[in-house]
Design a protein around this ligand. Structure first.
Ligand SMILES: Nc1ncnc2c1ncn2[C@@H]1O[C@H](COP(=O)(O)OP(=O)(O)OP(=O)(O)O)[C@@H](O)[C@H]1O
Ligand SMILES: [Mg+2]
Length: 326
């Protein structure tokens, strides 16, 4: 078996004490394989940032062990920081008086990397993140989104095998977010980086991560491949379009037997979503429609998106997910 790049076991963190104690991270365990990009999802306050800070020992956990490539660095923090970089939520990760290029050189230097020798790589980072025109501009003169890109670029400039990115696309415009995730994916693949990334943007997670962990109230409720999660929720759900306005009687007949939602009648057409237990039920439904004299104008299987999966899991369906996954 390949040694995990990151192995977290029994992580736990309580803020405060007594009646005000809040368990922000509650017995979290997971591993990340080398080269894997793991998505960390969860509603606001779920404990994602706290978890990352505990792993990095920026916050002292109550309990929990972390191994990087099989080694425990809890007594050797400086050595650990040679292996991991992080861009943390809302933190100033760069030196604002220095230019973009100087920041890259500085963070590479911290790592004992000669900036001169890595100039080509730094140019590549600057270009990939669309910062070429700003390469010699002090960071404090950049926009919020650009600062964020510089922070991510600096994390890469440290050339550590493991990276933590807490909401890397926060505050980025659509184009910048798209570019950033494209480049992240490319950089991770080209340089074989292991990344733990938290995000509320499901497009980012879907694009970048093979696997996700969903955290809720400090606990891991789902740990699975994105593809499996999508498949799990690829229930037999269809969007049906009918040529003609279907009346309430038809709707009632359908609702008696099937799970119908999003019923809309517009422009002489009716459309609705139907969830059926199996293909047999789909045929039954079509029979009902036929006997009502309604012509089928279209039928398509609805693809769940990751956002729906996330909402359903965090709205109390995690037990169901585990049940199905078993
Ligand atoms: N320094 C702190 N002192 C006390 N409580 C804290 C502290 N930091 C976080 N918390 C609490 O711990 C819980 C988890 O917070 P955390 O910031 O880890 O969540 P998150 O998943 O990162 O949320 P978001 O998606 O909003 O970034 C929250 O209830 C929060 O109020
Ligand atoms: Mg957070």
């Amino acid at each position: 078996m390949v040694e995990a790049a990151l192995d977290v076991e029994g992580m736990r963190k309580t803020y405060g004490s007594g009646g005000k104690a809040l368990v922000a991270v509650d017995d979290v365990s997971f591993s990340v394989q080398p080269g894997e990009i793991l998505g960390l999802l969860g509603p606001n306050g779920a404990g994602k940032t706290t978890l990352i800070k505990c792993i990095l020992r920026l916050v002292e956990p109550d309990a929990g062990a972390v191994r990087l490539f099989g080694e425990d660095f809890s007594q050797r923090r400086n050595e650990m920081y040679r292996l991991v970089s992080a861009v943390l939520e809302g933190a100033r990760n760069t030196y604002w008086r220095m230019t973009v290029r100087e920041n890259l050189a500085f963070f590479a230097g911290l790592q004992g990397i000669s900036p001169r020798r890595r100039r080509a790589f730094h140019d590549e980072l600057i270009e990939r993140f669309g910062l070429t025109e700003k390469a010699t501009t002090p960071v404090n003169e950049l926009s919020t989104g650009m600062k964020q890109k510089v922070a991510v670029a600096c994390a890469f400039a440290r050339e550590t095998p493991v990276l933590f990115l807490d909401e890397p696309t926060l505050g980025l415009d659509l184009h910048a977010s798209y570019t950033l995730r494209h480049e992240l994916k490319q950089l991770a693949a080209d340089h074989h980086r292991t990344i733990v990334l938290s995000s509320h943007d499901m497009d980012v997670v879907r694009d970048l991560c093979q696997r996700v962990i969903i955290v809720q109230r400090g606990r891991v409720v789902v740990d699975d491949q994105v593809a499996n999660l999508m498949a799990l929720f690829r229930t037999e759900a269809y969007t049906i379009r009918l040529a003609g306005a279907a009346g309430d009687d038809v709707r009632r007949r359908l609702e008696e037997r099937f799970v119908i939602s999003d019923w809309q009648t517009e422009g002489g057409e009716t459309r609705f979503d139907a969830t059926v237990a199996d293909a047999g039920q789909l045929y039954d439904m079509i029979d009902v429609l036929r006997s009502s004299g309604l012509a089928l104008a279209g039928i398509s299987r609805s693809e769940p998106d990751l956002a729906q999966v996330f909402l359903r899991v965090t709205q109390g369906e995690s037990a169901a997910v585990k049940e199905v996954a078993r």
